[in-house]
Unconditional design. Structure first.
Length: 273
C-alpha cells in the first residue's frame, strides 16, 4: 500500500479530514523548501503538495504565478526539489509528498528520468494539471513501475461519463476543484461542493480532496465535514511571499497550518456530534 493510501485511510478511520497544504517548491529559495515541509508537518499536515515551478502555470492564480516566478528566479530545478524531498525523507519517512506541475516539465526532463528521480527521492504522487488521462499512457506505465500515484482533477462541470473515465485510471486521491477558475479565485459554495464530492464518491472508492478557493481556516472548516481532504495553497503561498526573508518563516507557516488543522478538526467533531 502506498504512503498516500495509508495516510488517507488512517485519517478516515480516525474521523479526521486530511490537511493537504501546497507550497511552490523553491520559493523563497530551493535551500528552504525542506524546512518549510517540516514546518507544515509540525502544523498538522497529512500530505504535502509541492509545486514544481513552471513559467506558465495556467491553472494557478496570481499568488502562485508570482511564487513560480520567484522560485525560477532563484534558480529552482526539478532536480533540486527531488533533493529537498530526499533530505526531508531522512527525518520523515511517513508523510506523503505529491509533486504538482505541468506537462512541459516532464517533457523537458524526459518522462522516465523524471519519474525515476522523483520516486527515488521519496515522492509518492504526481499531479500533472494539463496532461489528461488519454495522454498519460507512457507516464502511467512508468508511474506504476516506480510506485507513484497519478492524481487527477475533477472540475465542477466534469460530466458523469468523463468522471468515470478519470476515476478508472486515478490513484491516491481525486482532486475536486471547488470552483470554476484558477487557484485562489472566487468564493466557495459549500453546498455545491458537498454535492460535487457526493457525485464523485458514487463512482469511486478513492478519497476525495477539495481545493481551489480555500482561503482561510473558516473556508477549510466549511469543507472539512464533506471531504476526505482539504487542499490549501494560495493562502500559504501568499504568506511565503510576504515573509520570505524572515528567519521565522517556518514558524509562521507552522502556525498557519495549525490554525487550519484546528478549525478543520473542530468542524468535523461538531459535525459528528
Amino acid at each position: 500500500m502506498s504512503r498516500i493510501a495509508e495516510r488517507l485511510q488512517a485519517c478516515r478511520a480516525a474521523g479526521r479530514t486530511a490537511l493537504i497544504p501546497y507550497i511552490t517548491g523553491g520559493d523563497p529559495s530551493p535551500a528552504r523548501t525542506e524546512a518549510l515541509m517540516h514546518a507544515l508537518v509540525a502544523g498538522g499536515a497529512d500530505v504535502i503538495e509541492v509545486g514544481v515551478p513552471f513559467s506558465d502555470p495556467m491553472a494557478d492564480g496570481p499568488v502562485i504565478q508570482a511564487a513560480c516566478a520567484r522560485a525560477l528566479a532563484a534558480g529552482t530545478t526539478p532536480e533540486q526539489l527531488c533533493e529537498a524531498v530526499r533530505r526531508f525523507r531522512e527525518a520523515d519517512p511517513d508523510t506523503p509528498v505529491v509533486f504538482m506541475g505541468y506537462a512541459n516539465i516532464l517533457e523537458a526532463a524526459g518522462y522516465e528520468a523524471f519519474v525515476e528521480r522523483a520516486a527515488d527521492a521519496g515522492v509518492d504522487g504526481l499531479l500533472t494539471v494539463d496532461l489528461p488521462p488519454e495522454e498519460t499512457g507512457e507516464l502511467a506505465g512508468l508511474a506504476r513501475a516506480h510506485g507513484l500515484e497519478l492524481i487527477y482533477l475533477i472540475a465542477p462541470n466534469t460530466t458523469d461519463a468523463r468522471m468515470q473515465q478519470v476515476c478508472a485510471v486515478a490513484g491516491g486521491f481525486l482532486y475536486a476543484v471547488a470552483l470554476k477558475g484558477v487557484t485562489g479565485a472566487g468564493d466557495l459554495d459549500t453546498e455545491r461542493v458537498a454535492a460535487q464530492v457526493a457525485r464523485i464518491r458514487r463512482v469511486t472508492d478513492l478519497p476525495v480532496a477539495v481545493g481551489f478557493g480555500v482561503r482561510d481556516p473558516a473556508s477549510a472548516a466549511a469543507l472539512a465535514p464533506c471531504a476526505d481532504g482539504v487542499i490549501v495553497g494560495s493562502a500559504l503561498v501568499r504568506m511565503i511571499g510576504e515573509h520570505g526573508d524572515a528567519p521565522d518563516l517556518p514558524d509562521r507557516l507552522r502556525d498557519a497550518a495549525l490554525a487550519l488543522r484546528r478549525a478543520m478538526d473542530q468542524a468535523t467533531t461538531e459535525g459528528g456530534s
